[in-house]
Design a protein around this ligand. Structure first.
Ligand SMILES: [Zn+2]
Ligand SMILES: [Zn+2]
Length: 161
């Protein structure tokens, strides 16, 4: 499994994002939560990822697994539809964490400027459902990996590490 060698700091949980709740859809508006996460981003951090347990959407779609600022500071990922029990199946923590990891890597990829990939195995492939997530790997394809490393190199210079 690919990883990006960056230390991670876990912040204290944020409150239920009531401001983003849509009573008609009974879901949370992803972009509003993302805006909140962007505002809480600290300059000492390279990127900020919000991991949500609530189901999120953007107006044109029934749901999204996550949303990111392309080449930006922040992203969010929702675990709501990554759980087997959401589909009436037996809970599978391992599978859940695997899906969550892939979606976090995917959204992080967007924050580093990566766009969607046509390749089946690449983590930057767009997944519309969990079957799609399960089909791709947690790895970046060769091209995307290269783009990512270039971007990280630039940031390293910028951050003077
Ligand atoms: Zn995407
Ligand atoms: Zn790719």
């Amino acid at each position: 499994m690919d990883t990006i060698n960056i230390p991670v700091r876990v912040s204290s949980p944020i409150e239920n994002p009531v401001y983003a709740f849509d009573p008609g859809r009974k879901q949370y508006y992803s972009t509003k939560i993302l805006r909140y996460i962007v505002n809480s981003h600290r300059d000492s951090a390279l990127r900020t990822i919000g991991i949500m347990s609530v189901d999120i959407f953007i107006p044109i779609l029934t749901y999204v697994f996550g949303e990111a600022q392309l080449d930006g500071k922040a992203a969010i990922v929702s675990g709501a539809r990554l759980k087997q029990e959401y589909y009436g199946l037996k809970p599978d923590k391992h599978l859940y964490l695997e899906r969550l990891f892939k979606e976090v890597m995917h959204e992080l990829g967007h924050t580093f400027g990566l766009t969607h990939c046509e390749l089946q195995h690449c983590v930057m492939r767009l997944s519309n459902n969990v079957a799609g997530i399960d089909k791709k790997t947690a790895n970046f394809c060769e091209n995307h990996r290269e783009q990512l490393l270039i971007k990280l190199k630039e940031l390293e210079i910028q951050y003077g590490e």
